[in-house]
Design a binder for this molecule. Structure first.
Ligand SMILES: [Zn+2]
Ligand SMILES: [Zn+2]
Length: 285
């Protein structure tokens, strides 16, 4: 006797993407943005989380329906997986899901299986390039990677409050063009000077960030349109050349150095006494 596994994939949708991401980061949040269809849900069923961003997006980690067979109790183990979001219409195209991806509250059988296989715990590659742009999908992606401390001042932002949505802000940036192509004329110095130097970090004039309300106001009141300029303005002046382009030296082995903001310098694993590096004259102190 052959046993057929019937896959069912329920859909939870957050009408407000920001509230939705806040509840994912902080389950104690009082926000209740998730909508779902009541119906037969069994413990262990998967649920896909959809955010009404522009364009509509879907999380790369699926939730599981909990013991109470209740979609309201769908569990998402965010601390365990690194969640990201992808554009739902691209996913629907790749998997041949037709309108169902946008209209139904449950996908069954082949469609459900295709989504589970394609999406669950998949990692996106391309940070920080995939965090650039001004759409609400990009803003949600940046917020989803937020780990609690304001990127501007380091202050912890409490995500469990009623007014959290007014306290946390995403600074979005223009997408970057590709770097200039290498010259077709090869020279002895080689064309790969950029190797080892993450390109965007060295060229970026702005950087995506999640900031507290105070930093948002300070940026606005100080006339800063670039988060990079805002960060450098808070660092000390170079004692050697007097420039205002000091980056903070971080020691240790970074897991993902190209995603670091340009105001940080990778100091390597040998901890030295120097804390700052001037981006204009190279002086360290
Ligand atoms: Zn701040
Ligand atoms: Zn200097």
């Amino acid at each position: 006797m052959t046993q057929t596994i019937h896959h069912r994939l329920h859909i939870l949708e957050a009408a407000d993407w920001k509230d939705g991401v806040i509840t994912l980061l902080e389950p104690r949040s009082p926000y209740r943005p998730w909508r779902y269809a009541f119906g037969e849900a069994r413990a262990g069923d998967y649920a896909m989380l959809v955010l009404r961003t522009d364009p509509v997006s879907v999380l790369t980690v699926l939730a599981r329906v909990g013991e109470e067979d209740d979609l309201g109790g769908a569990m998402l183990d965010l601390p365990r997986y690194r969640a990201d979001i992808v554009d739902l219409s691209t996913l629907a195209m790749m998997l041949g899901l037709n309108d169902n991806a946008f209209t139904t509250w449950r996908l069954d059988d082949d469609d459900a299986e295709a989504v589970i296989l394609a999406l669950h715990e998949r990692r996106l590659h391309g940070d920080p390039y995939d965090r650039c742009g001004h759409s609400s999908l990009i803003a949600a992606r940046n917020l989803l990677r937020f780990s609690g401390g304001c990127h501007g001042c380091g202050t912890e932002i409490d995500l469990s409050k009623v007014d959290t949505r007014e306290q946390v802000h995403v600074h979005t940036v223009d997408p970057s063009p590709r770097p200039e192509p290498d010259s077709p004329i090869r020279t002895d110095e080689g064309a790969s000077d950029r190797l080892g130097v993450p390109w965007l970090r060295s060229e970026a004039t702005d950087w995506p960030a999640v900031i507290c309300r105070r930093c948002r106001d300070r940026m606005r009141d100080g006339g800063y349109t670039s988060f990079v300029d805002f960060r450098f303005a808070q660092h000390p002046q170079c004692p050697h050349c007097g420039g205002r382009r000091a980056s903070a030296i971080q020691y240790g082995m970074p897991a993902d150095p190209q995603s670091w903001g340009p105001w940080l310098t990778i100091g390597g694993c040998c901890v030295r006494g120097e804390e700052w590096r001037c981006g204009l004259c190279g002086h360290e102190w």
